[in-house]
Design a protein around this ligand. Sequence first.
Ligand SMILES: [Mg+2]
Length: 227
Amino acid sequence: MQIDLLIFDCDGVLINSEPIASRTLAKALQDAGATVTAEEVLVRFTGNSESAIRRICTEEYGVEDLDSVFSAWHEDIFPEFARSLEPMPGIEKLVRSLPQRKCVASNSTTERLSKSLGLLSLWHDFAPFVFSADRVARPKPAPDLFHFCTETFSADPADCVVIDDSAHGITGARAAGMRAIGFVDPADPRPGRARILEEAGAVLVATGARELGEALASLQAAQVAEA
Ligand SMILES: [Mg+2]
C-alpha cells in the first residue's frame, strides 16, 4: 500500500496569503467602524470559510453591512495578492518532488483561489484539481470537500494524506477517514499551533516545507512497512 493522493490546503500551506488577507480584512472592518487589529483578524479568522467569516464579523465585531465590508475587502485583497503574494518558502520545490497524485482542497472561494494561487506557477502543479468549498454543501470542518476529492480521483480515503494548517482542515480529514499532517508556518505569530493541530487529530505536525517533506517520507515508510 502506498500514499495515493495528497490533498493540500491552499492558504497558509501553499501560499503565504494569511498576512495579506488579515491586513486587508482588518482595514475593511476598521473602515466599517470595528475596533480590530490585523493580528486579531489573523488569530480569529484564519482557516474559516467566507460564510463563517461573515458570521464572526456580525456576531463578534457587530458589523451589519457585510456586503460593503466584503466588497471593500475584495477591492483591496486581490490587487494586493497580485502585487505581493508569494508561495510558502520551499513549498514549490517540495510539491514538485512528490510523486503522488495531488489536489488542492480549500475553504476559499473559487474566485479567491483563481486570484491567489492562480497567479503563481504552483497553480499548474495542481490544475485542474484545485477544489473550493464552493463545490460542496458544507466547508471544512465537514468532510464534504475531502469526499469530493476521493470521488474525483476514485481514491480510497485510507490512502490519502491531507496537509492543512487549520484545525478545521484536520478535523474534516479525520471525519473523511484520512490521515492529516498539520502544517505550521514558521513565521506564524499565533502561539501553540502544533498542539492545536495535534489535538484536532493530526498524525504528525510539520513546521515549514522541509519538515513536511520529512513527515511525508516517514508516513510513506510506515505505510510500506505495514503492507
Ligand atoms: Mg489554511
